[in-house]
Write a protein that binds this ligand. Structure first.
Ligand code: NDP
Length: 496
């Protein structure tokens, strides 16, 4: 006993844990120098291209097509042709086979996709490997199961596909957002034209090879790359439905353009979620939930828990524990398997984060950032927490979409609800407490599409996801996620 404690006394206590680099090999990814757009099962060469880079190094990765209006119209024609000449009349069980195939190929090629996702988007490999890829495959598996059961899922409503769906997705979960959009659309018998975000086109382009491998009929899925102009042209094209995920500002512009056209629309927009910690919560677990809620994917998450509400009596220990935990986060190379926080997706996004953080300092909030050495090239931002935040500060009101947390306090459950709902958004919320009854009481009152209890950022294809207020309308995931892709005889539903 004495020996052990003596040894214990002499053993050096590390000031920090040093990790040897553990980089994932890039060799599995074969990049092309130049990518066209994928229309009607063929690669077409658009007149213009642009460069896509790795945000971690600013290294150029490839030239990618900037689809113009003619390319967009061509893609919509190809989708229409595929819809009318085969896909929409295929038995559901046949459509399901293709979806199952896609899911299995994604699983088989998951390492390749994960490396490419981290390379092009900047997110840590452990997230793309353990979250994005398994969930993307799970979405295809899940919706494959519904393809031949639509009559049972919507009894007496005679569901039929809507037609051609135009889908516009953002850069924070490029492949996963593709899966959220493409899987239910195909299961319901629609064909699609999808535009990935300008900064993260590469996994969507690699997905075209999965489609080829799965022998999906030409024109059922068309991928057109480009910037916002390409998205705008898709909105104006002769599609039957638009599904959009991105900023509230662009979502509003799309809604204005579609008003009166009869096209269906679903919008999944921004958020400023409240993560609420009661004094009876398991604090260490809650701190892990806070970290996961805001620093996961560099905070580039629409449902990020960016406003932390802590019950006043435990505010000090929670903030103390949080700071200690933040000091252990490893920021750096997204392809290193030890990395917790990767690169900011683009220069423009970094500028936006920096501007909002400066406003927080100017308005009087207290800032804490752990010491960490950032790489010299690329776009980086240190995980940040603000205390002393007033509800009126911009950092408590606006979506920062970066690794920045604002801490506020409350005394009673009523006050927590009032403060949490004091936002134009309503996408998600988290509640941490030991009391089941309190969880239900809170969930009933929080104006948020998803309320997590004693966890955060958990996703499942069977669970619907979507917003209230300026976070949008329509649901993705679950049975609800099929409805926007279906028309029902004699019972047209607005918006969704
Ligand atoms: P955008 O809303 O601009 O982008 C989302 C998608 O829409 C992209 O594919 C984009 O193309 C496309 N797009 C842009 N303009 C138009 C248009 N007029 N018509 C049709 N499609 C269009 O988001 P940003 O990338 O500019 O990010 C800005 C902010 O939006 C972030 O800081 C964040 O706050 C929020 N955001 C929210 C997301 C969410 O999941 N809720 C996701 C991403 C961003 P392109 O890539 O070329 O711009």
């Amino acid at each position: 006993m004495t020996e052990i404690s003596k040894r214990g006394d002499r053993s050096p206590v590390p000031a920090e844990w040093a990790y040897a680099p553990a980089p994932e090999s890039r060799d599995i990814v074969q990049l092309q120098e130049r990518y066209g757009v994928y229309v009607g099962g063929k690669w077409l060469e658009p007149a213009e291209t642009y460069e896509t880079v790795s945000p971690a190094t600013e290294e150029a990765l490839a030239q990618v097509g900037q689809a113009g209006e003619a390319d967009v119209l061509h893609a919509v024609d190809a989708a229409r042709d595929a819809f009318e000449n085969g896909w929409s009349s295929l038995p559901g069980s046949e459509r399901a086979k293709y979806l199952f195939r896609i899911a299995r190929i994604l699983q088989e090629r998951s390492r390749e996709f994960a490396v490419l996702e981290s390379l092009n988007g900047g997110k840590p490999i452990k997230e793309s490997r353990d979250v994005d890829l398994p969930l993307a495959a799970a979405h295809f598996f899940y919706y494959a199961g519904w393809a031949d059961k639509l009559e049972y899922a919507f009894p007496n409503r005679k569901p039929r596909p809507v037609g051609v769906a135009g889908q516009i997705i953002p850069w924070n979960f490029p492949l996963l957002m593709l899966a959220w959009k493409v899987a239910p659309a195909l299961a319901a018998g629609n064909t699609v034209v999808l535009k990935p975000a300008e900064t993260t086109p590469l996994t969507a382009l690699l997905f075209c090879d999965v489609i080829r491998q799965a022998e999906l009929p030409p024109g059922v899925v068309n991928i057109i790359t480009g910037d916002g102009r390409t998205g705008a042209a898709l909105v104006d094209a002769a599609v039957d439905k638009i599904a959009f995920t991105g900023s509230t500002e662009v979502g509003k512009a799309i809604q204005r353009r579609l008003a009166g056209t009869g096209k269906k629309l679903t919008l999944e927009l921004g958020g400023k979620a409240a993560n609420i910690i009661f004094d009876d919560a398991a604090l260490d677990q809650a701190v892990e939930g806070i970290v996961n809620g805001i620093y996961f994917n560099q905070g580039h998450v629409c449902c990020a828990g960016s406003r932390l509400f802590v019950q006043e009596s435990i505010a000090e220990p929670v903030v103390e524990k949080l700071k200690r935990r933040m000091a252990t986060l490893r920021v750096g190379d997204p392809l290193d398997k030890n990395t917790d926080v990767g690169a900011i997706n683009s220069r423009a996004q970094l500028d936006k984060i920096e501007e909002l953080v400066a406003s927080g300092r100017d308005e009087g909030a207290e800032v804490y950032q752990p010491t960490c050495r950032l790489p010299e090239r690329g776009y980086w931002f240190v995980p940040t927490v603000f205390t002393n935040v007033a509800q009126s500060y911009r950092i408590a009101q606006e979506e920062i979409f970066g690794p920045v947390l604002s801490v506020l306090t409350f005394r009673t459950p009523e006050e927590a609800v009032e403060k949490a709902n004091n936002t134009p958004y309503g996408l998600s919320a988290g509640v941490w407490t030991e009391k089941g009854s309190r969880i239900l009481w809170m969930a009933e009152r929080l104006r948020a599409g998803v309320v997590w209890a004693n966890t955060y950022n958990r996703f499942d294809p069977a669970s619907p996801f979507g917003g209230y207020k300026e976070s949008g309308f329509g649901r993705e995931g679950g049975l609800h996620g099929l409805e926007p892709y279906l028309a029902f005889d004699g019972a047209e539903t607005f918006g969704g």
